[in-house]
Unconditional design. Structure first.
Ligand code: NI
Length: 137
């Protein structure tokens, strides 16, 4: 861990009160911890603008398991991106629907493209891509 420096931040009273409410709801032990998290989050977001930044993506897909062609295509896409696909998890949600979570790792631009290819497959009902950079701050 690098050396810690103290900084002073000036905030409007209302903004601070709203921020303190957020800190309490989320259970942060201190303002400092909450501010550190926000800063790291913003740095990670900013790094995503670099397509070569090292990143991971969790791709959430909900689909009907009777769509066998879709299941084949999902597997095919993962097999053709072996170096990016580091894990996947399948959950049977109910009689018909399944949730698949596929984790990708690699350059942000490349895994974003793979993730978009996965969620745009015909038969995917709901989807979300969570992408974040993993370079240490
Ligand atoms: Ni299933």
């Amino acid at each position: 861990m690098s050396q810690v420096e103290r900084i002073g931040v000036s905030l409007e009273k209302d903004l601070l009160a709203t921020f303190d409410g957020l800190i309490a709801r989320r259970g942060y032990p201190s303002r400092s911890e909450a501010i550190r998290d926000l800063i790291r989050q913003q740095i990670s977001e900013e790094r995503l603008s670099n397509p070569k930044a090292t990143a991971v993506a969790a791709v959430f897909l909900v689909y009907n398991h009777h769509a066998t062609k879709l299941m084949e295509e999902l597997a095919g896409l993962q097999h053709s991106h072996l170096l990016q696909t580091i894990s996947s998890m399948h959950i049977h949600l109910d009689e018909h629907d399944c949730l698949e979570v596929i984790v990708l790792r690699g350059p942000a631009g490349e895994i974003k493209k793979t993730a978009e290819n996965l969620i745009s497959l015909k038969g995917v009902k709901l989807s979300r891509i969570n992408l974040l950079t993993t370079e240490a701050t």
